[in-house]
Design a protein around this ligand. Structure first.
Ligand SMILES: C[S@@+](CC[C@H](N)C(=O)[O-])C[C@H]1O[C@@H](n2cnc3c(N)ncnc32)[C@H](O)[C@@H]1O
Length: 408
């Protein structure tokens, strides 16, 4: 049982109100229901290892790391939980499954589905399942079911689900999740597509699932039978790497040499404001470039001296033999707080490769930047479907993920 001293609990209440105001301001909380859930659930009870102020910061609380120090469990950041709950559209009376536990998000879900609904949360890690059970009981959510299992097979005993909310990063969608979804059900899942992770809200259309929305989302990686790691090719010690999510041959030595040669550059004339997200452009390039990977770099001076990618974590990159080109940007003077996309490239075919990426940046700006964005559809592996405009199909183990861009 978790018991708050009265002073702590009024402090927590005040911090909770502030957090909700921040989430509403930032646009991650939109509905009254999600706002009320965040006001009701005492987040600090689910993160007792950190001071109460940290529990209510709009940030992730890391709760478990593996032997290499990599986070394997956390209480996710409130803005991300809010955004996914909005995507999920939970309503009173619904029966829901959460994949990946911690307790807090399951409690938010329990608030949203109310006493007539049902929430089940499943985690592969006994420590996490244990603490989720303890904290949920302490906070008054005994009615949430906590199950210890690999979620690959879903949780049959409480199925079918009106909503499945996956809170761990996956590369594929196991058949059980689709089978355990009601006909009008919805699944919200952080799906990795060519290395880019997006929280995708999917609903059924005949034999497949189609996206209603997709948002930026970073999560810890799935463990268990569905785990699938990216391949990292290092180009200069640990400083600069290329992350591959597809199986493709890579001329590693030639790329390492290319990195040390002078770079080619092209500036697109496509400008953006400092606050504008460019996740749409990243997904567009991931869709249109065949030999695609993500360039990443450390914060070291050596890394900064070698490459200047749009995002240090992972920037769209085109590989052509022993050459590669990646997206970058630079500040422009007028108007203030404005930037311009460009492409840097290395290797014998650097200039051509840069121009190929640059052309796609311009097409995105002209045709898709202000449009409806990509449509993501998930088919059972091997199922035929009509060819869509500007489509890329990613063949996974259980599914084929189609990312297409409706014509303007
Ligand atoms: C980000 S945490 C979940 C956060 C949580 N929903 C919350 O309240 O904020 C991700 C969890 O997924 C779990 N996980 C990883 N692989 C899994 C699998 N195959 N089946 C079930 N859980 C898994 C991890 O143990 C980890 O606790």
């Amino acid at each position: 049982m978790v018991i708050d001293a009265p002073a702590d609990s009024s402090r927590a209440e005040e911090l909770r109100r502030r957090l909700v105001a921040e989430l509403v301001d930032g646009g991650s909380v939109v509905s009254d229901g999600v706002a009320a859930a965040f006001l009701a659930v005492p987040r600090h009870v689910f993160a007792p290892e950190v001071p109460v102020e940290e529990a209510y910061a709009n940030d992730v609380v890391r709760t478990k790391r593996d032997g290499r120090g990599v986070t394997i469990s956390s209480v996710s950041a409130p803005w991300l939980q809010a955004s996914m709950l909005e995507q999920a559209g939970l309503a009173p009376g619904m029966r829901c499954l959460e994949v990946g536990s911690g307790g807090y998000n399951a409690a938010l879900m329990a608030e949203l589905v109310g006493p007539t609904g049902e929430v089940t949360t499943v985690d592969i890690d006994p420590d996490v399942a244990d603490r989720a059970r303890r904290f949920l009981d302490g906070a008054g959510y005994r009615r949430v079911n906590v199950v210890l299992a690999d979620a690959e097979d879903g949780v049959t005993e409480h199925a079918p689900y009106d909503r499945i909310v996956v809170t761990v990063g996956v590369w594929d969608i196991p058949p059980a999740w689709v089978d355990q979804l009601t006909d009008r059900g919805r699944i919200v899942v952080p799906l990795r597509m060519r290395g880019l992770s997006r929280s995708v809200a999917l609903e059924r259309r005949e034999d497949h699932l189609v996206s209603l929305s997709h948002e930026m989302a970073g999560f810890v990686d799935l463990q268990g039978v569905g785990a699938r790691q990216e391949r990292l090719v290092v180009l200069h010690g640990e400083d600069v790497g290329l992350r591959f999510d597809d199986d493709q041959p890579v001329e590693v030595e030639a790329l390492r040499e290319a990195l040390l040669q002078p770079r080619a550059q092209v500036w697109s004339g496509v400008r953006f404001g400092g606050m504008e997200p460019f996740d749409g452009l990243f997904l567009w390039l991931a869709t249109r470039l065949s030999n695609f990977c993500l360039l990443s770099r450390t914060r070291s001076d050596a890394a900064r001296g070698l490459v200047d990618p749009a995002s240090p974590i992972g920037t769209p990159t085109l590989i052509r033999g022993g050459s590669f080109a990646y997206l970058t940007f630079r500040k422009v003077d007028e108007p203030a707080d404005t930037f311009e996309f460009g492409v840097y490239a290395h290797g014998p075919a650097g200039q051509d490769t840069a121009e190929q990426v640059d052309e796609l940046v311009k097409v995105w700006d002209r045709d898709h930047r202000h449009g409806p964005g990509a449509v993501i559809a998930v088919y059972p592996a091997g199922a035929p479907h009509e060819r869509l405009p500007n489509e890329r199909v990613l063949e996974k183990k259980h599914t084929a993920v189609s990312i297409s861009w409706p014509s303007p």
